[in-house]
Write a protein that binds this ligand. Structure first.
Ligand SMILES: *Cc1c(COP(=O)(O)O)cnc(C)c1O
Length: 332
């Protein structure tokens, strides 16, 4: 880990923005990313004058389909932006090989990836840069917060300048220079100390948080395994990955069945939700001309996914009520 630096940011969104500001790719360059993600992933590209190129996902992990990436590489492609969904890593080894072959940078959207690994490496530390989120919906949180992991040592100084309003104040604080001045474009990508203090307390308990989530996750997985009889799919964790159990989802047979189950659970006061409305099929994609043609797996999975409540102190009685309500729906 020599030379790797971590910078706290006001959010995961800001970490992604800072990543692309630091890479300073030529305006109009293409970046490959999944459409099954949060708007922030694509916004970071637009704000840096880059063009998002959406690629489909795998139906088992809902992560970027590494077998489709190389087909979309052109002479304008400059980076790949994989998103680690639900704390399960993308197949990074093949993605790294593609990046090496074509001289592309990798920025990992590891917003959901704290305390999870791919091939023994922490998510967010595998590419040139990696972004974490500490938003209140994430496993470790300070309300709003994030971090940028800079593994590419050549980018450390640049990141230090961009996050300090384009000044070399960091070098000044480190006693490397005797006064600081404006030297490049920048913004304020700093996390306030009081929030960092809250975050530190959360970090000290991260293994317990992951452990508690794992228990909830495994209980769902065991008790809902019978749903396979109804052709409902449960989340899969490849052998190369260690998950942080960020979420637990079901893939229903159809969009109609998913919406009916959502209604059934909500009537019973259970906070089940869908996830990501695909970016390539959004008003913003139309506004910016980013339609990518059909992404069949993304469209299919986005219509069929349903997430169940998962958090460390979800009581076993409460979880049994969720499980009972799901099973009921299928037995009715
Ligand atoms: C949460 C999330 C973000 C944004 O993080 P914020 O801290 O809310 O700005 C970006 N990408 C993904 C995949 C996320 O889940």
């Amino acid at each position: 880990m020599t030379g790797r630096k971590v910078f706290l940011t006001p959010s995961g969104t800001h970490a992604l923005e800072l990543a692309f500001m630091a890479l300073a790719l030529e305006s109009g360059s293409e970046v490959i990313l999944p459409s099954f993600t949060f708007s922030s992933t694509a916004n970071a590209l637009l704000m840096a004058g880059l063009k998002p190129v959406f690629v489909d996902i795998r139906s088992d992990t809902l992560n970027l389909d590494e077998t489709l990436v190389e087909k979309r590489v052109t002479s304008r492609t400059k980076a790949i932006l994989p998103v680690h969904y639900a704390g399960v890593g993308c197949e990074m080894n093949p993605i790294l090989e593609i990046a090496n072959r074509h001289g592309l940078k990798i920025v990992e959207d590891a917003a959901q990836g704290i305390d999870a690994c791919y091939d023994g490496k922490p998510l967010g530390t595998i590419g040139n840069l990696g972004a974490y989120s500490f938003h209140q919906t994430k496993n470790v949180t300070c309300g709003e917060g994030g971090a940028l992991i800079v593994s590419d040592q050549a980018l450390v100084k640049t990141v230090e300048i961009h996050r300090e309003k384009g000044t070399n104040r960091t070098a000044f604080l480190n006693n490397e220079i005797d006064k600081y001045t404006w030297i490049d474009v920048g913004s304020s990508y700093l996390l306030a100390d009081p929030l960092a203090a809250i975050l530190l307390a959360q970090f000290e308990e991260v293994r317990q948080v992951t452990g508690a989530r794992k228990r909830v996750f495994e209980t769902y997985r065991t008790r809902l395994d019978v749903l396979r009889e109804y052709h409902v799919r449960l989340p899969e964790i490849p052998a190369t990955c260690r998950s942080n159990y960020h979420n637990f989802y079901l893939i229903l047979r159809s969009n109609v069945e998913r919406d009916r189950l959502l209604g059934h659970l909500r009537e019973r006061g259970i906070g089940a939700t869908f996830h990501f409305v695909p970016l390539h099929d959004s008003p913003a994609a139309r506004k910016f001309g980013l339609e990518s043609g059909p992404l069949p797996v993304t469209e299919e999975m986005s219509g069929r996914i349903l997430r169940l409540p998962i958090y460390p102190n979800l009581g076993s009685d409460e979880q049994e009520r969720v499980i009972g309500s799901v099973l009921n729906f299928f037995k009715e």
